[in-house]
Ligand binder design. Structure first.
Ligand code: GTP
Length: 601
Protein backbone atom coordinates (compact mmCIF):
# COMPACT_ATOMS: atom_id res chain seq x y z
CA UNK A 1 0.00 0.00 0.00
CA UNK A 2 1.36 3.47 -0.85
CA UNK A 3 2.00 5.54 2.23
CA UNK A 4 -0.40 8.24 0.98
CA UNK A 5 -3.33 5.89 1.46
CA UNK A 6 -2.37 4.81 4.98
CA UNK A 7 -3.79 6.30 8.15
CA UNK A 8 -2.35 5.18 11.48
CA UNK A 9 -4.36 6.08 14.54
CA UNK A 10 -5.07 5.09 18.10
CA UNK A 11 -7.97 5.67 20.44
CA UNK A 12 -7.31 7.54 23.68
CA UNK A 13 -10.00 6.86 26.24
CA UNK A 14 -10.57 6.40 29.93
CA UNK A 15 -11.51 2.93 31.17
CA UNK A 16 -15.16 2.22 30.39
CA UNK A 17 -15.62 5.17 28.07
CA UNK A 18 -16.22 2.63 25.32
CA UNK A 19 -12.96 2.14 23.42
CA UNK A 20 -13.43 -1.58 22.84
CA UNK A 21 -17.04 -1.17 21.79
CA UNK A 22 -16.13 1.53 19.27
CA UNK A 23 -13.19 -0.53 17.97
CA UNK A 24 -15.50 -3.50 17.50
CA UNK A 25 -18.01 -1.33 15.64
CA UNK A 26 -15.24 -0.10 13.31
CA UNK A 27 -14.13 -3.68 12.60
CA UNK A 28 -17.68 -4.49 11.68
CA UNK A 29 -18.34 -1.41 9.50
CA UNK A 30 -15.11 -1.97 7.59
CA UNK A 31 -16.16 -5.60 7.14
CA UNK A 32 -12.99 -6.90 8.72
CA UNK A 33 -15.13 -8.90 11.10
CA UNK A 34 -18.60 -9.93 10.05
CA UNK A 35 -21.58 -9.88 12.36
CA UNK A 36 -21.60 -13.60 12.90
CA UNK A 37 -17.95 -13.79 13.93
CA UNK A 38 -18.34 -10.78 16.10
CA UNK A 39 -17.92 -11.50 19.71
CA UNK A 40 -17.91 -8.69 22.14
CA UNK A 41 -14.62 -6.94 22.51
CA UNK A 42 -12.71 -8.68 19.81
CA UNK A 43 -9.52 -6.91 20.68
CA UNK A 44 -9.19 -7.84 24.33
CA UNK A 45 -7.60 -11.24 24.16
CA UNK A 46 -6.76 -12.34 27.64
CA UNK A 47 -9.56 -13.69 29.80
CA UNK A 48 -8.35 -11.75 32.75
CA UNK A 49 -8.61 -8.54 30.73
CA UNK A 50 -12.07 -9.39 29.64
CA UNK A 51 -13.22 -10.10 33.18
CA UNK A 52 -11.77 -6.96 34.65
CA UNK A 53 -12.57 -4.91 31.59
CA UNK A 54 -9.08 -3.57 31.20
CA UNK A 55 -6.81 -3.61 28.21
CA UNK A 56 -3.26 -4.50 29.10
CA UNK A 57 -1.54 -5.26 25.82
CA UNK A 58 -1.70 -3.17 22.70
CA UNK A 59 -2.38 -4.65 19.33
CA UNK A 60 -2.94 -3.36 15.83
CA UNK A 61 -5.66 -4.08 13.28
CA UNK A 62 -5.68 -3.16 9.61
CA UNK A 63 -9.01 -2.10 8.09
CA UNK A 64 -9.80 -1.00 4.53
CA UNK A 65 -12.14 1.99 4.27
CA UNK A 66 -13.66 3.87 1.36
CA UNK A 67 -14.71 7.43 2.20
CA UNK A 68 -17.99 8.65 0.82
CA UNK A 69 -16.51 11.89 -0.49
CA UNK A 70 -14.03 9.86 -2.52
CA UNK A 71 -11.39 12.55 -2.13
CA UNK A 72 -7.69 11.68 -2.09
CA UNK A 73 -6.54 8.23 -3.33
CA UNK A 74 -9.99 7.82 -4.89
CA UNK A 75 -11.30 7.53 -1.36
CA UNK A 76 -9.63 4.14 -0.80
CA UNK A 77 -7.70 4.02 2.44
CA UNK A 78 -6.05 1.53 4.73
CA UNK A 79 -6.57 2.27 8.39
CA UNK A 80 -4.31 0.86 11.07
CA UNK A 81 -5.89 1.03 14.48
CA UNK A 82 -3.32 0.68 17.22
CA UNK A 83 -4.75 -0.23 20.58
CA UNK A 84 -3.14 1.53 23.55
CA UNK A 85 -3.07 0.14 27.07
CA UNK A 86 -5.25 2.20 29.35
CA UNK A 87 -3.41 2.26 32.66
CA UNK A 88 -0.71 4.43 34.16
CA UNK A 89 1.59 1.49 34.86
CA UNK A 90 1.97 0.96 31.15
CA UNK A 91 2.69 4.55 30.20
CA UNK A 92 5.86 3.64 28.33
CA UNK A 93 3.93 1.24 26.14
CA UNK A 94 1.33 3.96 25.60
CA UNK A 95 4.03 6.38 24.51
CA UNK A 96 5.36 3.86 21.96
CA UNK A 97 1.89 3.16 20.60
CA UNK A 98 1.36 6.90 20.16
CA UNK A 99 4.73 7.21 18.45
CA UNK A 100 3.54 4.66 15.87
CA UNK A 101 0.56 6.88 14.90
CA UNK A 102 -0.05 10.15 13.07
CA UNK A 103 -3.40 10.75 14.72
CA UNK A 104 -5.52 9.94 17.75
CA UNK A 105 -9.22 9.69 18.38
CA UNK A 106 -9.88 11.29 21.75
CA UNK A 107 -12.88 9.33 22.98
CA UNK A 108 -14.89 10.73 25.89
CA UNK A 109 -18.04 9.36 27.48
CA UNK A 110 -20.77 11.97 26.86
CA UNK A 111 -22.23 11.29 30.30
CA UNK A 112 -18.92 11.49 32.20
CA UNK A 113 -16.61 14.01 30.59
CA UNK A 114 -12.83 13.75 30.40
CA UNK A 115 -10.80 11.92 33.08
CA UNK A 116 -7.24 12.32 34.37
CA UNK A 117 -5.87 9.37 32.45
CA UNK A 118 -7.35 10.62 29.17
CA UNK A 119 -5.93 14.04 29.85
CA UNK A 120 -2.43 12.69 30.47
CA UNK A 121 -2.54 10.66 27.26
CA UNK A 122 -3.97 13.60 25.33
CA UNK A 123 -1.02 15.75 26.43
CA UNK A 124 1.32 12.95 25.37
CA UNK A 125 -0.37 12.76 21.95
CA UNK A 126 -0.08 16.53 21.55
CA UNK A 127 3.61 16.43 22.44
CA UNK A 128 4.01 13.80 19.71
CA UNK A 129 2.29 16.20 17.26
CA UNK A 130 -0.55 13.81 16.54
CA UNK A 131 -3.69 15.10 14.84
CA UNK A 132 -6.45 14.87 17.45
CA UNK A 133 -10.03 14.01 16.52
CA UNK A 134 -12.25 14.78 19.52
CA UNK A 135 -15.25 12.45 19.91
CA UNK A 136 -18.07 12.19 22.41
CA UNK A 137 -19.27 8.61 22.78
CA UNK A 138 -22.44 7.00 24.17
CA UNK A 139 -24.69 9.80 22.92
CA UNK A 140 -27.53 7.25 22.99
CA UNK A 141 -27.48 7.34 26.80
CA UNK A 142 -30.35 9.33 28.34
CA UNK A 143 -27.85 10.81 30.80
CA UNK A 144 -25.54 12.02 28.03
CA UNK A 145 -24.84 15.74 28.09
CA UNK A 146 -22.86 16.23 24.88
CA UNK A 147 -23.29 20.02 24.72
CA UNK A 148 -21.66 20.51 28.09
CA UNK A 149 -18.74 18.17 27.46
CA UNK A 150 -18.20 19.33 23.86
CA UNK A 151 -17.43 22.71 25.35
CA UNK A 152 -14.93 21.19 27.82
CA UNK A 153 -13.15 19.13 25.14
CA UNK A 154 -13.06 21.98 22.64
CA UNK A 155 -11.31 24.06 25.28
CA UNK A 156 -8.65 21.43 25.77
CA UNK A 157 -8.04 20.49 22.15
CA UNK A 158 -8.38 24.04 20.80
CA UNK A 159 -11.29 23.55 18.40
CA UNK A 160 -14.92 24.69 18.19
CA UNK A 161 -17.52 22.75 20.20
CA UNK A 162 -19.35 22.00 16.90
CA UNK A 163 -16.27 20.21 15.61
CA UNK A 164 -16.46 17.58 18.33
CA UNK A 165 -17.87 14.36 16.84
CA UNK A 166 -20.85 12.69 18.49
CA UNK A 167 -21.10 8.93 18.19
CA UNK A 168 -22.44 5.82 19.80
CA UNK A 169 -20.25 2.77 19.59
CA UNK A 170 -23.23 0.76 20.72
CA UNK A 171 -25.79 1.81 18.10
CA UNK A 172 -23.22 2.76 15.47
CA UNK A 173 -24.51 6.34 15.08
CA UNK A 174 -21.81 8.64 13.70
CA UNK A 175 -19.13 5.95 13.38
CA UNK A 176 -19.00 6.02 9.55
CA UNK A 177 -18.57 9.79 9.66
CA UNK A 178 -15.78 9.27 12.15
CA UNK A 179 -14.01 6.76 9.85
CA UNK A 180 -14.24 9.31 7.03
CA UNK A 181 -12.81 11.99 9.30
CA UNK A 182 -9.89 9.76 10.23
CA UNK A 183 -9.01 9.48 6.51
CA UNK A 184 -9.49 13.18 5.87
CA UNK A 185 -7.98 14.77 8.98
CA UNK A 186 -5.08 12.52 9.93
CA UNK A 187 -1.94 13.02 7.83
CA UNK A 188 -0.40 10.20 5.81
CA UNK A 189 2.83 8.70 7.18
CA UNK A 190 6.07 10.18 5.86
CA UNK A 191 9.26 8.18 5.42
CA UNK A 192 12.08 7.47 2.99
CA UNK A 193 11.20 4.38 0.93
CA UNK A 194 14.76 4.04 -0.38
CA UNK A 195 16.57 4.23 2.95
CA UNK A 196 17.67 1.12 4.89
CA UNK A 197 14.61 -0.14 6.77
CA UNK A 198 13.74 1.16 10.20
CA UNK A 199 10.70 -0.15 12.07
CA UNK A 200 9.70 0.62 15.63
CA UNK A 201 8.50 -2.14 17.93
CA UNK A 202 5.41 -0.99 19.80
CA UNK A 203 4.36 -4.33 21.22
CA UNK A 204 5.67 -7.82 21.56
CA UNK A 205 3.61 -10.80 22.63
CA UNK A 206 4.56 -14.38 23.43
CA UNK A 207 2.55 -17.07 21.68
CA UNK A 208 2.87 -20.69 22.77
CA UNK A 209 2.86 -22.01 19.22
CA UNK A 210 4.71 -19.36 17.27
CA UNK A 211 7.09 -17.84 19.79
CA UNK A 212 7.26 -14.07 20.07
CA UNK A 213 5.01 -12.04 17.79
CA UNK A 214 6.42 -8.54 17.39
CA UNK A 215 4.25 -5.62 16.31
CA UNK A 216 6.02 -2.94 14.32
CA UNK A 217 5.44 0.30 12.51
CA UNK A 218 7.74 0.77 9.51
CA UNK A 219 9.18 4.27 9.37
CA UNK A 220 11.68 4.04 6.47
CA UNK A 221 12.46 1.49 3.77
CA UNK A 222 11.04 -2.02 3.46
CA UNK A 223 11.19 -5.04 5.72
CA UNK A 224 11.18 -8.21 3.67
CA UNK A 225 10.24 -11.78 4.55
CA UNK A 226 13.25 -14.15 4.87
CA UNK A 227 15.64 -11.21 5.33
CA UNK A 228 18.12 -11.21 8.19
CA UNK A 229 17.13 -8.48 10.60
CA UNK A 230 18.84 -6.81 13.51
CA UNK A 231 17.52 -5.37 16.77
CA UNK A 232 19.39 -2.09 17.08
CA UNK A 233 19.58 -1.90 20.90
CA UNK A 234 21.35 -5.25 21.25
CA UNK A 235 22.70 -5.84 17.71
CA UNK A 236 21.12 -9.30 17.94
CA UNK A 237 20.38 -10.84 14.52
CA UNK A 238 17.40 -12.97 13.57
CA UNK A 239 15.89 -14.42 10.45
CA UNK A 240 12.54 -12.91 9.56
CA UNK A 241 10.51 -16.12 9.29
CA UNK A 242 7.22 -14.37 8.72
CA UNK A 243 5.93 -10.86 8.17
CA UNK A 244 2.35 -9.73 7.76
CA UNK A 245 -0.64 -7.73 8.91
CA UNK A 246 -3.45 -8.40 11.39
CA UNK A 247 -6.91 -8.08 9.87
CA UNK A 248 -8.22 -9.26 12.32
CA UNK A 249 -6.32 -12.56 12.20
CA UNK A 250 -2.67 -12.64 11.11
CA UNK A 251 -2.20 -12.69 7.31
CA UNK A 252 1.35 -13.24 6.18
CA UNK A 253 2.81 -11.31 3.24
CA UNK A 254 6.04 -10.50 1.44
CA UNK A 255 7.01 -7.18 2.95
CA UNK A 256 6.00 -4.10 4.92
CA UNK A 257 6.77 -0.66 3.47
CA UNK A 258 6.84 2.95 4.69
CA UNK A 259 4.03 3.76 7.11
CA UNK A 260 2.75 0.19 7.30
CA UNK A 261 1.89 -1.55 10.54
CA UNK A 262 2.12 -5.28 11.00
CA UNK A 263 3.79 -8.19 12.77
CA UNK A 264 7.07 -10.09 12.60
CA UNK A 265 7.96 -13.60 13.66
CA UNK A 266 11.59 -14.57 14.13
CA UNK A 267 11.29 -17.65 16.26
CA UNK A 268 12.64 -16.02 19.43
CA UNK A 269 11.02 -17.37 22.56
CA UNK A 270 11.27 -14.47 24.93
CA UNK A 271 9.89 -10.93 24.60
CA UNK A 272 13.09 -9.56 26.12
CA UNK A 273 14.73 -10.31 22.78
CA UNK A 274 12.18 -8.11 21.05
CA UNK A 275 11.73 -5.07 23.22
CA UNK A 276 9.09 -2.40 22.97
CA UNK A 277 10.66 0.82 21.68
CA UNK A 278 13.54 -0.90 19.90
CA UNK A 279 14.30 -0.36 16.18
CA UNK A 280 14.35 -3.25 13.70
CA UNK A 281 16.65 -2.90 10.68
CA UNK A 282 18.36 -5.18 8.15
CA UNK A 283 21.44 -7.08 9.34
CA UNK A 284 23.04 -6.43 5.95
CA UNK A 285 23.08 -2.73 5.17
CA UNK A 286 21.62 -1.63 8.51
CA UNK A 287 20.32 1.86 9.26
CA UNK A 288 22.88 4.10 10.90
CA UNK A 289 20.73 5.51 13.63
CA UNK A 290 17.98 3.94 15.71
CA UNK A 291 14.60 5.64 16.01
CA UNK A 292 14.35 7.93 19.04
CA UNK A 293 12.63 7.08 22.29
CA UNK A 294 13.92 3.67 23.28
CA UNK A 295 14.30 3.00 27.00
CA UNK A 296 14.58 -0.20 29.02
CA UNK A 297 11.51 -1.19 30.99
CA UNK A 298 12.49 -0.59 34.60
CA UNK A 299 10.55 -1.86 37.60
CA UNK A 300 9.21 0.89 39.86
CA UNK A 301 7.70 -1.21 42.62
CA UNK A 302 9.02 -4.34 44.34
CA UNK A 303 7.29 -6.93 46.46
CA UNK A 304 8.21 -10.31 47.93
CA UNK A 305 6.06 -13.15 46.59
CA UNK A 306 5.90 -16.34 48.66
CA UNK A 307 3.96 -19.54 48.20
CA UNK A 308 1.74 -20.16 51.22
CA UNK A 309 2.55 -23.83 50.85
CA UNK A 310 6.36 -24.05 50.85
CA UNK A 311 6.34 -27.05 48.50
CA UNK A 312 4.99 -24.78 45.76
CA UNK A 313 8.30 -22.89 45.53
CA UNK A 314 9.44 -24.68 42.37
CA UNK A 315 6.03 -24.23 40.77
CA UNK A 316 6.18 -20.53 41.52
CA UNK A 317 9.56 -20.28 39.84
CA UNK A 318 8.28 -22.03 36.75
CA UNK A 319 5.19 -19.86 36.62
CA UNK A 320 7.29 -16.69 36.89
CA UNK A 321 9.63 -17.95 34.15
CA UNK A 322 6.62 -18.51 31.94
CA UNK A 323 5.15 -15.07 32.57
CA UNK A 324 8.48 -13.43 31.91
CA UNK A 325 8.43 -14.78 28.35
CA UNK A 326 5.55 -12.40 27.74
CA UNK A 327 6.50 -9.52 29.94
CA UNK A 328 9.80 -7.75 29.49
CA UNK A 329 9.14 -5.53 32.52
CA UNK A 330 8.77 -8.41 34.97
CA UNK A 331 11.95 -9.10 36.95
CA UNK A 332 12.54 -11.47 39.84
CA UNK A 333 15.18 -13.12 41.97
CA UNK A 334 15.05 -15.68 44.78
CA UNK A 335 14.76 -14.39 48.32
CA UNK A 336 14.42 -15.99 51.72
CA UNK A 337 12.51 -14.66 54.64
CA UNK A 338 12.67 -15.92 58.21
CA UNK A 339 8.94 -15.33 58.46
CA UNK A 340 7.73 -16.53 55.10
CA UNK A 341 10.29 -19.07 53.91
CA UNK A 342 11.49 -19.30 50.31
CA UNK A 343 10.11 -16.93 47.71
CA UNK A 344 11.02 -14.27 45.20
CA UNK A 345 11.58 -10.54 45.15
CA UNK A 346 9.66 -9.37 42.12
CA UNK A 347 9.88 -6.01 40.32
CA UNK A 348 6.81 -4.46 38.72
CA UNK A 349 5.97 -1.36 36.72
CA UNK A 350 3.36 -0.37 39.27
CA UNK A 351 0.55 -1.58 41.47
CA UNK A 352 -1.80 -2.70 38.73
CA UNK A 353 1.02 -4.64 37.12
CA UNK A 354 1.63 -6.31 40.49
CA UNK A 355 -2.03 -7.19 40.86
CA UNK A 356 -2.26 -8.58 37.35
CA UNK A 357 0.84 -10.74 37.76
CA UNK A 358 -0.30 -12.03 41.11
CA UNK A 359 -3.70 -12.85 39.83
CA UNK A 360 -2.32 -14.60 36.77
CA UNK A 361 0.03 -16.67 38.95
CA UNK A 362 -2.79 -17.67 41.24
CA UNK A 363 -5.24 -18.36 38.47
CA UNK A 364 -3.18 -19.82 35.65
CA UNK A 365 -0.76 -21.79 37.80
CA UNK A 366 -3.07 -22.48 40.68
CA UNK A 367 -0.77 -21.05 43.33
CA UNK A 368 -1.70 -19.67 46.70
CA UNK A 369 0.52 -16.65 47.32
CA UNK A 370 1.30 -14.04 49.90
CA UNK A 371 2.95 -10.79 48.93
CA UNK A 372 4.82 -8.41 51.20
CA UNK A 373 3.90 -4.73 51.27
CA UNK A 374 5.07 -3.17 47.98
CA UNK A 375 8.01 -0.77 48.15
CA UNK A 376 9.73 1.55 45.72
CA UNK A 377 13.46 1.61 44.90
CA UNK A 378 15.66 3.73 47.19
CA UNK A 379 19.14 4.96 46.43
CA UNK A 380 21.26 5.14 49.54
CA UNK A 381 24.57 6.96 49.66
CA UNK A 382 26.72 5.86 52.58
CA UNK A 383 28.98 8.18 54.56
CA UNK A 384 32.00 6.82 52.65
CA UNK A 385 30.37 7.63 49.30
CA UNK A 386 29.31 4.08 48.44
CA UNK A 387 25.96 3.99 46.63
CA UNK A 388 23.49 1.20 47.24
CA UNK A 389 20.22 0.51 45.46
CA UNK A 390 17.67 -0.90 47.89
CA UNK A 391 14.79 -2.91 46.48
CA UNK A 392 14.03 -4.75 49.71
CA UNK A 393 13.65 -2.82 52.99
CA UNK A 394 15.18 -5.62 55.04
CA UNK A 395 18.39 -5.12 53.04
CA UNK A 396 18.65 -1.48 53.96
CA UNK A 397 22.33 -0.97 54.86
CA UNK A 398 23.41 -0.59 58.46
CA UNK A 399 25.77 2.22 59.28
CA UNK A 400 25.89 5.92 58.64
CA UNK A 401 24.18 7.21 55.53
CA UNK A 402 24.83 10.51 53.82
CA UNK A 403 21.65 10.68 51.75
CA UNK A 404 18.64 8.63 50.72
CA UNK A 405 16.63 9.39 47.60
CA UNK A 406 13.25 8.10 46.55
CA UNK A 407 11.36 8.23 43.22
CA UNK A 408 8.98 11.13 42.66
CA UNK A 409 6.03 11.31 40.28
CA UNK A 410 4.07 14.08 38.65
CA UNK A 411 0.45 13.34 39.44
CA UNK A 412 -2.58 14.74 37.67
CA UNK A 413 -5.88 14.51 39.53
CA UNK A 414 -9.23 15.41 38.04
CA UNK A 415 -12.00 16.04 40.51
CA UNK A 416 -15.40 17.69 40.77
CA UNK A 417 -14.76 21.13 42.25
CA UNK A 418 -16.62 20.22 45.49
CA UNK A 419 -13.76 17.93 46.47
CA UNK A 420 -10.79 20.20 45.77
CA UNK A 421 -10.22 20.70 49.51
CA UNK A 422 -10.35 16.99 50.29
CA UNK A 423 -7.94 16.13 47.48
CA UNK A 424 -5.46 18.80 48.49
CA UNK A 425 -5.55 17.67 52.09
CA UNK A 426 -4.80 14.10 51.04
CA UNK A 427 -1.90 15.19 48.85
CA UNK A 428 -0.48 17.38 51.63
CA UNK A 429 -0.52 14.55 54.17
CA UNK A 430 1.27 12.40 51.58
CA UNK A 431 4.19 14.83 51.34
CA UNK A 432 2.94 16.33 48.08
CA UNK A 433 3.95 19.65 46.55
CA UNK A 434 1.29 21.44 44.56
CA UNK A 435 2.32 22.26 41.00
CA UNK A 436 -0.80 23.83 39.59
CA UNK A 437 -4.56 23.85 39.29
CA UNK A 438 -6.89 24.54 36.35
CA UNK A 439 -10.65 24.69 36.07
CA UNK A 440 -11.70 22.71 32.98
CA UNK A 441 -15.23 23.95 33.61
CA UNK A 442 -16.88 25.53 36.66
CA UNK A 443 -17.51 22.04 38.05
CA UNK A 444 -14.32 20.21 37.16
CA UNK A 445 -10.79 20.88 38.25
CA UNK A 446 -7.40 19.54 37.23
CA UNK A 447 -4.94 19.52 40.14
CA UNK A 448 -1.26 18.78 39.63
CA UNK A 449 1.02 17.57 42.41
CA UNK A 450 4.51 16.28 42.75
CA UNK A 451 4.37 13.26 45.10
CA UNK A 452 6.72 10.53 46.31
CA UNK A 453 5.84 7.30 44.49
CA UNK A 454 6.02 5.47 47.82
CA UNK A 455 3.01 7.44 49.01
CA UNK A 456 0.99 6.52 45.95
CA UNK A 457 1.93 2.89 46.27
CA UNK A 458 0.50 2.96 49.74
CA UNK A 459 -3.32 3.00 49.33
CA UNK A 460 -3.39 6.51 47.81
CA UNK A 461 -5.85 5.58 45.11
CA UNK A 462 -8.33 4.06 47.57
CA UNK A 463 -8.10 7.15 49.75
CA UNK A 464 -8.63 9.43 46.79
CA UNK A 465 -11.68 7.48 45.71
CA UNK A 466 -13.23 7.43 49.15
CA UNK A 467 -12.65 11.14 49.74
CA UNK A 468 -14.28 12.09 46.45
CA UNK A 469 -17.12 9.54 46.47
CA UNK A 470 -15.37 7.80 43.58
CA UNK A 471 -15.39 10.82 41.27
CA UNK A 472 -11.73 11.77 41.15
CA UNK A 473 -9.32 10.16 38.73
CA UNK A 474 -5.56 9.94 38.93
CA UNK A 475 -2.67 9.64 36.54
CA UNK A 476 1.05 9.92 37.21
CA UNK A 477 4.38 9.69 35.50
CA UNK A 478 7.86 9.31 36.96
CA UNK A 479 9.79 12.55 37.36
CA UNK A 480 13.10 11.55 38.85
CA UNK A 481 14.41 11.10 42.37
CA UNK A 482 14.44 13.33 45.41
CA UNK A 483 16.19 13.28 48.74
CA UNK A 484 14.00 12.57 51.75
CA UNK A 485 14.31 11.96 55.49
CA UNK A 486 13.64 8.25 55.41
CA UNK A 487 14.28 5.61 58.04
CA UNK A 488 13.97 1.87 58.24
CA UNK A 489 11.55 0.61 60.85
CA UNK A 490 12.10 -2.98 62.04
CA UNK A 491 9.62 -5.09 63.91
CA UNK A 492 11.19 -7.28 66.62
CA UNK A 493 9.71 -10.32 68.29
CA UNK A 494 11.52 -10.91 71.55
CA UNK A 495 14.45 -8.99 70.18
CA UNK A 496 14.56 -10.83 66.84
CA UNK A 497 13.86 -8.93 63.63
CA UNK A 498 10.95 -10.17 61.51
CA UNK A 499 12.22 -9.39 58.02
CA UNK A 500 8.87 -9.40 56.23
CA UNK A 501 7.74 -6.39 58.25
CA UNK A 502 10.71 -4.10 57.82
CA UNK A 503 9.67 -0.95 56.01
CA UNK A 504 11.29 2.24 54.79
CA UNK A 505 9.10 5.15 55.81
CA UNK A 506 9.37 8.87 56.29
CA UNK A 507 10.67 9.74 59.76
CA UNK A 508 7.37 11.41 60.64
CA UNK A 509 5.47 8.23 59.82
CA UNK A 510 7.80 5.81 61.61
CA UNK A 511 6.01 5.86 64.97
CA UNK A 512 2.62 5.39 63.35
CA UNK A 513 3.85 2.43 61.33
CA UNK A 514 5.51 0.83 64.34
CA UNK A 515 2.48 1.14 66.60
CA UNK A 516 0.14 -0.14 63.92
CA UNK A 517 2.11 -3.29 63.13
CA UNK A 518 2.99 -4.09 66.74
CA UNK A 519 -0.71 -3.81 67.62
CA UNK A 520 -1.72 -5.99 64.72
CA UNK A 521 0.80 -8.72 65.54
CA UNK A 522 -0.23 -8.72 69.18
CA UNK A 523 -3.70 -9.72 68.12
CA UNK A 524 -2.49 -12.40 65.72
CA UNK A 525 0.30 -14.19 67.58
CA UNK A 526 -0.88 -16.78 70.11
CA UNK A 527 0.35 -16.56 73.69
CA UNK A 528 3.48 -18.54 74.54
CA UNK A 529 4.88 -20.09 77.71
CA UNK A 530 6.69 -16.86 78.37
CA UNK A 531 6.07 -13.19 77.83
CA UNK A 532 6.88 -11.96 74.31
CA UNK A 533 7.62 -8.31 73.65
CA UNK A 534 6.81 -6.95 70.20
CA UNK A 535 8.87 -3.88 69.44
CA UNK A 536 9.25 -1.44 66.61
CA UNK A 537 12.71 0.01 66.22
CA UNK A 538 14.73 2.41 64.14
CA UNK A 539 18.22 0.93 64.32
CA UNK A 540 18.74 0.19 68.02
CA UNK A 541 16.19 2.75 69.19
CA UNK A 542 12.84 1.28 70.23
CA UNK A 543 9.93 3.47 69.17
CA UNK A 544 6.92 1.32 70.11
CA UNK A 545 6.24 -1.74 72.24
CA UNK A 546 3.47 -4.24 72.91
CA UNK A 547 3.47 -7.39 75.07
CA UNK A 548 1.98 -10.78 74.51
CA UNK A 549 1.31 -12.13 77.99
CA UNK A 550 2.50 -15.63 78.90
CA UNK A 551 0.12 -18.55 79.29
CA UNK A 552 0.25 -20.27 82.61
CA UNK A 553 -0.90 -23.81 81.90
CA UNK A 554 0.66 -26.17 79.43
CA UNK A 555 -1.58 -28.24 77.17
CA UNK A 556 -1.27 -31.41 79.23
CA UNK A 557 -2.22 -29.82 82.52
CA UNK A 558 -5.90 -30.41 82.11
CA UNK A 559 -5.27 -34.07 81.25
CA UNK A 560 -3.81 -35.13 84.61
CA UNK A 561 -5.33 -38.39 85.57
CA UNK A 562 -7.16 -38.55 82.31
CA UNK A 563 -6.84 -41.37 79.89
CA UNK A 564 -3.64 -41.78 77.93
CA UNK A 565 -5.17 -41.86 74.46
CA UNK A 566 -6.58 -38.39 74.89
CA UNK A 567 -3.16 -37.17 75.96
CA UNK A 568 -1.53 -38.71 72.91
CA UNK A 569 -4.11 -37.15 70.66
CA UNK A 570 -3.40 -33.74 72.06
CA UNK A 571 0.32 -34.16 71.56
CA UNK A 572 -0.31 -35.35 68.01
CA UNK A 573 -2.35 -32.30 67.32
CA UNK A 574 0.27 -30.04 68.72
CA UNK A 575 2.87 -31.61 66.47
CA UNK A 576 0.74 -31.04 63.42
CA UNK A 577 0.31 -27.43 64.32
CA UNK A 578 4.06 -27.12 64.64
CA UNK A 579 4.66 -27.92 61.01
CA UNK A 580 3.22 -24.59 59.97
CA UNK A 581 4.96 -22.76 62.77
CA UNK A 582 7.86 -20.46 62.08
CA UNK A 583 10.43 -19.87 64.73
CA UNK A 584 11.51 -16.34 65.32
CA UNK A 585 14.16 -16.76 67.98
CA UNK A 586 12.41 -18.85 70.61
CA UNK A 587 8.98 -17.60 69.65
CA UNK A 588 6.74 -19.91 67.67
CA UNK A 589 4.49 -18.08 65.29
CA UNK A 590 1.95 -19.71 63.00
CA UNK A 591 2.68 -18.68 59.45
CA UNK A 592 -0.95 -17.67 59.24
CA UNK A 593 -0.28 -14.82 61.66
CA UNK A 594 2.36 -13.31 59.38
CA UNK A 595 0.12 -13.76 56.41
CA UNK A 596 -2.84 -12.15 58.14
CA UNK A 597 -0.72 -9.22 59.31
CA UNK A 598 0.44 -8.60 55.75
CA UNK A 599 -3.02 -8.98 54.34
CA UNK A 600 -4.97 -6.49 56.41
CA UNK A 601 -4.48 -2.88 55.56
P1 GTP B 1 -11.57 -0.68 28.88
O1 GTP B 1 -11.30 -1.86 27.96
O2 GTP B 1 -11.74 -1.08 30.29
O3 GTP B 1 -10.65 0.47 28.66
O4 GTP B 1 -13.02 -0.16 28.53
P2 GTP B 1 -13.49 0.40 27.19
O5 GTP B 1 -13.18 1.84 27.16
O6 GTP B 1 -13.00 -0.45 26.09
O7 GTP B 1 -15.05 0.29 27.34
P3 GTP B 1 -16.03 -0.80 26.75
O8 GTP B 1 -16.08 -0.73 25.28
O9 GTP B 1 -15.74 -2.10 27.40
O10 GTP B 1 -17.38 -0.17 27.27
C1 GTP B 1 -17.61 0.04 28.64
C2 GTP B 1 -19.10 -0.06 28.91
O11 GTP B 1 -19.81 0.97 28.21
C3 GTP B 1 -19.71 -1.36 28.42
O12 GTP B 1 -20.67 -1.76 29.36
C4 GTP B 1 -20.36 -1.00 27.10
O13 GTP B 1 -21.45 -1.82 26.81
C5 GTP B 1 -20.79 0.44 27.34
N1 GTP B 1 -20.80 1.22 26.11
C6 GTP B 1 -19.79 1.35 25.23
N2 GTP B 1 -20.14 2.17 24.21
C7 GTP B 1 -21.41 2.57 24.45
C8 GTP B 1 -22.35 3.41 23.78
O14 GTP B 1 -22.09 3.99 22.74
N3 GTP B 1 -23.56 3.58 24.37
C9 GTP B 1 -23.90 2.97 25.52
N4 GTP B 1 -25.10 3.18 26.01
N5 GTP B 1 -23.05 2.17 26.18
C10 GTP B 1 -21.83 1.95 25.67
Amino acid sequence: TPADAIRNFCIIAHIDHGKSTLADRMLQLTEVVDKRQMRDQYLDRMDIERERGITVKSQAVRMPWKTRSGEGEGGDFVLNMIDTPGHVDFSYEVSRSLAACEGAVLLVDAAQGIEAQTLANLYLAMENDLAIIPVLNKIDLPSADPDRYAEEIAGLVGCEPEEVFRVSGKTGVGVEELLDAICEQIPAPVGDPDAPPRAMIFDSVYDTYRGVITYVRVVDGRLQARARIEMMSTRAEHELLEIGVISPEPKSGKALGVGEVGYLITGVKDVRQSKVGDTVTNARGPAEEALPGYTEAKPMVYSGLYPIDGSDYQNLREALDKLQLNDAALQFEPETSAALGFGFRVGFLGLLHLEIIRERLERESNLDLISTAPNVVYDVTMEDGEEIEVTNPSEFPEGKTRAITEPIVNATILTPSDYVGAVMELCQTRRGTMKGMDYLSPERVEIRYSLPLAEIVFDFFDQLKSRTKGYASLDYEPSGDQEADLVKVDILLQGERVDAFSAIVHRDQAYHYGVKLAGRLKKLIPRQQFEVPIQAAIGSRIIARENIRAIRKDVLAKCYGGDISRKRKLLEKQKEGKKRMKNVGSVEVPQEAFIAALRTD
